[in-house]
Design a protein around this ligand. Structure first.
Ligand SMILES: Cc1cc2nc3c(=O)[nH]c(=O)nc-3n(C[C@H](O)[C@H](O)[C@H](O)COP(=O)(O)OP(=O)(O)OC[C@H]3O[C@@H](n4cnc5c(N)ncnc54)[C@H](O)[C@@H]3O)c2cc1C
Length: 403
């Protein structure tokens, strides 16, 4: 006979913001016995702990998409959560700045999308009005988006994990998920720290989510490609160049927002991130290389199809990754006064970007269901902003499943 007290209702693989938000939401829905399995020795070790800390408004996303719905709902949930739990944040708003005439059509489209996505604090700005918000900015027209804010998502995950533990949820670090077996009733998750039995599992493995799905016998139909986002910091003496957040008009062909300026909630101003192909899934430095990760990439047809389509952009990003001059030039489009010596290299984050077999970068969040499982296969930006809403969506799917 099996000891049922050792069987969890739900095992969540991945202790990033999506996994922890899912656990929190599940605890609110039902009195579930939950365990989070995290491979590193602390939570938020990867995307969640190395991002820009922006609470996104929902401006960019195709109306009706999972990103648009979960970002706009999740944003408000995030502000409320921060207020209720004493987490430092600032709803400071941001500028999106067009610097050349060719960008005006995309700016129009952003304004239209923003309004369709329910943004109320969105304002079109002339060249002169831009200067009232950000005196050092160079632009011909722009948008002010009042719903945008800043936070440190590590603080958010700390609060999620405190609440999870208060309701008897378990968090097991240094517990990498390795394989799945099944018996008649339960799933048996093999981990670095031993076996776990659960009735249901949720894969929130970020950069490893496609591999985890395969280990669970589920064909993900896509592959994660890591894109490193490298940051610079503005020197203290020049921080006055930036009041809040200054973004360029993004290239509509890519899911990345372009290098921008972000005031950080704990002080300082970041510039970046770029989006350069990484040679290791958790590859934070140029020298980080993983042969299995590279082989996985180059044997995937989708990779070559993407490369054929976007090689020019790829070379440009590589060049900018190694050349500070090129990085500064990109920043000077927004703030012409910024100079080479005004910035210094900081850290980096790696985005888990899902790629379709036909070479398309998956734009929307992707969450799939399988027997006794849910797999979150694409949760790039704005998934930190949207985490509480994504968690709610997943917990509703699970409750339906249990019913
Ligand atoms: C450079 C950058 C800037 C960004 N800026 C923003 C922003 O300003 N605002 C915003 O909303 N979003 C932003 N994002 C996106 C946001 O950070 C991510 O969408 C979000 O953090 C995804 O959370 P996650 O929990 O899915 O992934 P992660 O945070 O990567 O968590 C996945 C976890 O799974 C663990 N794991 C992996 N494999 C296993 C295994 N086999 N067993 C157990 N555990 C495993 C990992 O260690 C990791 O902790 C940014 C992302 C990057 C990279």
């Amino acid at each position: 006979m099996q000891n049922t007290s050792q069987i969890y209702d739900i095992a969540i693989i991945g202790g990033g913001i999506v996994g922890t938000a899912t656990a929190l939401s599940l605890q609110k829905k039902r009195n579930n016995r939950i365990v989070i399995l995290e491979s590193e020795d602390h939570l938020a070790a990867h995307q969640t702990g190395n991002n820009s800390g922006v609470i996104h408004s929902g401006l960019y996303y195709k109306p009706g998409s999972l990103k648009a719905r979960n970002c706009t709902t999740g944003r408000e949930m995030m502000y409320r959560f921060c207020e209720e739990n004493g987490i430092k944040h600032d709803k400071c708003g941001k500028l999106v700045v067009a610097t050349i005439k060719n960008e005006i059509a995309s700016l129009d489209e952003l304004e239209r999308r923003g309004k369709e996505n329910g943004l109320k604090e969105i304002k079109r700005l002339s060249k002169e009005e831009l200067k009232e918000y950000e005196p050092h900015v160079n632009g011909i027209e722009g948008l002010f988006v009042g719903e945008t804010g800043i936070v440190d998502y590590k603080d958010v995950v700390d609060a999620y994990s405190r609440l999870i533990k208060e309701k008897s949820g378990e968090i097991k670090t240094i517990s990498r998920f390795l394989n799945l077996k099944k018996d008649k009733e339960n799933l048996i998750l093999e981990t670095e720290s031993g076996e776990i039995r659960a009735k249901f599992l949720v894969n929130c493995g970020g950069l490893q989510s496609d591999r985890i799905a395969k280990l669970c016998g589920v064909e993900p139909g896509l592959q994660i490609v890591p894109f490193r986002g490298e940051y610079y910091r503005i020197k203290k003496e020049k921080e006055h160049f930036v009041n809040n957040l200054i973004y360029p008009v993004p290239d509509p062909k890519f899911p990345f927002l372009g290098v921008h300026f972000t005031r950080m909630i704990k002080g300082g101003v970041e510039a970046g991130p770029n989006a350069v192909l990484a040679f290791k899934r958790e590859g934070y430095k140029h020298s980080d290389i993983s042969i299995p990760d590279i082989l996985g990439m180059i044997t995937y047809t989708g990779f070559w199809k993407m490369a054929a389509k976007h090689y020019k952009m790829g070379f440009h990003e590589f060049h900018r990754s190694f050349s500070k001059d090129a990085f500064v030039k990109a920043l000077q489009k927004l703030i012409p006064e910024i100079e080479y010596d005004d910035i210094y290299r900081e850290g980096a984050g790696v985005r888990a970007q899902a790629l379709e077999p036909d070479g398309k970068l998956v734009d929307d969040f992707r969450i799939i269901e399988a027997e006794k499982m849910i797999h979150v296969l694409n949760a790039p930006s704005p998934a930190a902003t949207a985490s509480l809403s994504i968690g709610l969506t997943i917990s509703e799917l699970i409750v339906k499943n249990f019913a």
